[in-house]
Design a protein around this ligand. Sequence first.
Ligand SMILES: Cc1cc2nc3c(=O)[nH]c(=O)nc-3n(C[C@H](O)[C@H](O)[C@H](O)COP(=O)(O)O)c2cc1C
Length: 205
Amino acid sequence: MDFYEVINRRRDVRAEFTGQPVDDDVLRRVLGAAHSAPSVGLSQPWDFVIVRDPVTRKAFQHHVASERATFADQLSGERAETFSKIKIEGILESTLSIVVTYNPAKGAPAVLGRHAIADAGLYSVCLAIQNLWLAATVEGLGVGWVSFYREDFLRELLDIPSSIRPVAWLCLGPVSRLHDVPDLERHGWRSRLPLEAVVHQERFG
Ligand SMILES: Cc1cc2nc3c(=O)[nH]c(=O)nc-3n(C[C@H](O)[C@H](O)[C@H](O)COP(=O)(O)O)c2cc1C
């Protein structure tokens, strides 16, 4: 796949996980891609927790289901109806999960480039996640980002210290297919904006 093909093929996956095994070498390459991401001050503030245990995944899935209900309670009319048909996670169907965390203490106190923008550390973790997502796509795997959770619940579930922030629960594994169109667009939740709508010349306003 050429680079732009990978960009366009990448999808957020929920329903298409097959549960087939992921080769250790493949997983290492995907994690290696994540770990090659740029980071503010070369702080590399990420960690990756591989979660295979079905008991842990079931506990997380249970929590996600209750957060889904919390969100659904805020909706009404067409939004509630549309959301009710959208699957938001493939935690149990996927082969494994990778929880990506942010540790602001890595490379601190003098993190070069973070003195004015504390969030630059968090941006770095998101770049690692995007590298992981694209590498998984090249390897023929799907990734599904799950964010319907409370950080404290996930900290407790995985023994993550309070100073470290869980940033993403990623479901990963072989898939039956990757759709051409994002799930949320296919289900009428929201569409991708045209490029022209987000590019500004010279001034924002
Ligand atoms: C920070 C972040 C959190 C997300 N959380 C969820 C989630 O909890 N459940 C879900 O189904 N998709 C989640 N997604 C996936 C988005 O819905 C998806 O990226 C978007 O609809 C575009 O689809 P695509 O990734 O297939 O292009 C998340 C994506 C991002 C970047």
